[in-house]
Design a protein. Structure first.
Length: 302
C-alpha cells in the first residue's frame, strides 16, 4: 500500500451519513513513567444500528484501548472510513463527469473513554500488553505519520486462491490493518504481548494475475480509451455508495453475480485501475487468526 506525501482536502461533494470521529480529541502526552494498559477491542461492524447481526457473519470492527495508571483515564483509538464503507468501496457516477468519482479516505480517530458495554456485549475487550508513557508518546508520533501518509481505505484483499500460501495481489487497508500496524509499532518499541488468539475479518476476491489499465487521466482523459472508460463505468453502474447497510449488501450480491457470470472485476487501488480476471470461489469473507506481534527490540520489563 503506497504512502502519500499529504492528505488531500475532502471534496464538499463527499458527505458522510454519520459524522467521522464526532468526539475525537488530540492524543495526550503521557508522563514517561506512567504505566499504560493496552486493550484489544473488537465488535460487529455497524452494531449501533444492527445489533449483533454482522457478528454472525464475522464482519468485525477493530480498535485499541488504553488505560493510564497515573490518571485512571481510558482512551479508544480506531481507524475507519471518513464517508462510510460504501464510499470507500464504490465510486459515484456523476452526471457530466466521465471518470467515476471516489469519496474515499480512512483515518485514525482518538477519543477519551472506552465504551465497555459496546465491546464486551457481542465482542472482545481484553488486555494484550502493558507499556510505559514514553512508549505511548512514541506511538502517538507514529500514528500522526501513519495517518498523514496512509490515506485511502481499501476494502478488498485480492489473492490468487484460497490456499494460505497463495499470492496476494492487493492487500486491504482498513480498520484491522491499522490495529495490526499499531501493535507492531508497540512491539518494536519493546511491548511484550500476551499469548492469546486474535482473529480478524478479511473480504477476499480471488483472481488470476491482475492487468494494469492506467489512471484516471489515461483512461478517462481527452486522449483516453473510450471503450475501456465505458466498460468501467458500466461495471460500477449498479452500485450506489451512499446507502443503507441493507442496500450495501444487495449491491454486494449484484457484484458477486456480475463477477461470477462475467469473471471480471475492475479494481481502483492507489489511484490506479486494474482489471481482475476473477476465478472460483470469487469472493469469501474470512475470520482468521493473525498472531500478536513479537518485537524486534529487547523486551521492556514492567
Amino acid at each position: 500500500h503506497r504512502r502519500f506525501d499529504y492528505r488531500p482536502k475532502a471534496d464538499p461533494y463527499c458527505q458522510a451519513r454519520y459524522t467521522f470521529c464526532p468526539t475525537g480529541s488530540a492524543i495526550p502526552l503521557m508522563k514517561e513513567e506512567d504505566v499504560i494498559e493496552v486493550y484489544r477491542l473488537q465488535a460487529p461492524v455497524w452494531e449501533f444500528k444492527y445489533g449483533g447481526l454482522l457478528g454472525h457473519l464475522k464482519i468485525m470492527h477493530d480498535a485499541v484501548g488504553f488505560k493510564s495508571s497515573l490518571t485512571g483515564k481510558n482512551y479508544t483509538m480506531e481507524w475507519y472510513e471518513l464517508f462510510q464503507l460504501g464510499n470507500c468501496t464504490f465510486p459515484h457516477l456523476r452526471p457530466g463527469m466521465d471518470a467515476p468519482f471516489w469519496c474515499n479516505q480512512g483515518a485514525a480517530c482518538f477519543y477519551e473513554g472506552i465504551d465497555d458495554a459496546h465491546w464486551k456485549e457481542n465482542g472482545t475487550l481484553v488486555l494484550v500488553t502493558t507499556i510505559s508513557g514514553a512508549m505511548f508518546n512514541e506511538m502517538a508520533q507514529w500514528v500522526k505519520y501513519d495517518n498523514e501518509t496512509g490515506i485511502y481505505y481499501e476494502t478488498w484483499t485480492v489473492q490468487a486462491s484460497p490456499n494460505k500460501k497463495s499470492t496476494v495481489w492487493f492487500d486491504s487497508y482498513e480498520c484491522s490493518k491499522f490495529i495490526l500496524r499499531t501493535y507492531q509499532k508497540l512491539a518494536d518499541l519493546g511491548a511484550v504481548f500476551k499469548k492469546i488468539q486474535t482473529n480478524y475479518t478479511s473480504i477476499i476476491l480471488f483472481s488470476g494475475e491482475p492487468i494494469y489499465l492506467g489512471n484516471e487521466t489515461s483512461i478517462f482523459g481527452p486522449q483516453g480509451n473510450k471503450t475501456l472508460a465505458a466498460a468501467i463505468r458500466d461495471f460500477y453502474n449498479p452500485f450506489k455508495p451512499h446507502q443503507t447497510v441493507r442496500e450495501f449488501f444487495v449491491d454486494l450480491f449484484k457484484i458477486i453475480d456480475r463477477v461470477i457470470l462475467n469473471h471480471q472485476f475492475y479494481l481502483f487501488y492507489n489511484l490506479e485501475y486494474w482489471f481482475l480476471p476473477m476465478k472460483s470461489p470469487y469472493l469469501k469473507i474470512i475470520y482468521e487468526e493473525v498472531p500478536l506481534p513479537v518485537g524486534s527490540k529487547a523486551s521492556f520489563g514492567i
